[in-house]
Design a protein around this ligand. Structure first.
Ligand code: ZN
Length: 315
């Protein structure tokens, strides 16, 4: 069943990825310091204030969590991992002066995003995700490349409100699917129009190379494609919150778009020459970006393997 769906998606994503990659070829990507390092809230809370009612919560080693503190309670984009659930809830309680979390978005299924699901699900709160994310959270998953296993979440912890394309909360917060399969095949964004803040989960990383989770649909062509798509959701003033690292600007996003388009082209060229993952790593297809992004070997290997899933004739 999932195999069948995967086949259909493959063809569609391939087209989108190729179009996105070509459109992104603008040379001259200069290294940029994120426009964003901006105002950390004073004190050691690990919260960065984006607006009076909007915060990025950054705990050491954890993915970014976005908290909107409205009159009708708190809306969260992602919930950290289970081990920081208590610390996060304490921070949120302080920032919102005791406000209750009413809504949690899961930008995708990874444990770094879904650590609050069980507690909030048991409390009867709304957990919103793309339908594919709910499906992944309701099944056991093993990553082929390292054997890491992920157990399905109990029913109460699974998203209880899913969507396929877009949606909107009463407060005006908008959300939608990022169908390129950049990180997984359930990626989504959340847009806060009043504050002009766009949260995109691990589709974007501003702290090292991303995980290309091809086991659940992500691929390098999808990353290149999503970089194009996200630009259409942002303007020059939009602050873009990646899954990890500092807040970004549209200019930062454009730099990454150029980078991933370049890498995608190089990897497809290697694939077309019949090279394998180790040869792709040895060819250093990311070399001019490594000083900024870090050791690329795992990323390149996964990215190359993801091409097999999407581009091989029998895929
Ligand atoms: Zn992730």
């Amino acid at each position: 069943m999932r195999e069948q769906q995967g086949l259909t998606l493959t063809r569609r994503h391939l087209l989108k990825g190729v179009v996105g990659g070509a459109a992104g070829l603008v040379l001259g990507a200069s290294r940029r310091v994120s426009a964003a390092a901006a105002q950390a809230v004073s004190g050691s809370t690990g919260a960065q204030r984006l607006a009076d009612d909007l915060f990025v919560l950054q705990l050491p080693g954890e993915a970014n969590v976005i908290a909107h503190t409205g009159a009708n309670g708190v809306v969260l984009v992602d919930g950290g991992s289970t081990k920081v659930a208590d610390a996060l809830m304490k921070m949120i309680g302080e920032l919102s002066r005791g406000g209750q979390v009413q809504t949690l978005f899961n930008t995708h299924w990874h444990p770094e995003q879904t650590g609050l699901n069980e507690a909030l699900g048991k409390a009867g709160k709304t957990i919103i995700s793309h339908e594919n994310t709910r499906l992944w959270l309701s099944t056991d998953i093993t990553w082929s490349w390292n054997g890491q296993q992920f157990k399905r979440l109990p029913k109460v912890a699974q998203p209880n409100k899913t969507f396929y394309t877009t949606g909107k909360l009463d407060s005006g917060i908008r959300y939608g699917y990022i169908p390129d399969a950049a990180h997984t095949d359930g990626d989504m964004y959340v847009y806060f129009p009043t504050q002009n803040v766009l949260a995109v989960g691990d589709v974007l990383s501003n702290q090292g190379w991303p995980v290309v989770d091809w086991q659940t649909g992500g691929w390098i062509g999808g990353i290149a494609g999503a970089m194009q798509r996200l630009q259409a959701l942002a303007n020059d003033q939009t602050r873009i919150v990646p899954g990890r690292g500092p807040v970004m600007s549209l200019a930062d996003l454009k730099v990454q778009a150029t980078m991933y388009a370049t890498i995608y082209d190089r990897l497809t060229t290697l694939l077309n020459k019949g090279r394998g993952p180790s040869e792709a790593v040895a060819a250093k297809p990311t070399k001019e970006f490594d000083a900024q992004m870090g050791n690329p070997d795992e990323f390149v290997r996964r990215a190359f393997e993801s091409l097999w899933a999407y581009l091989s004739p029998d895929a």
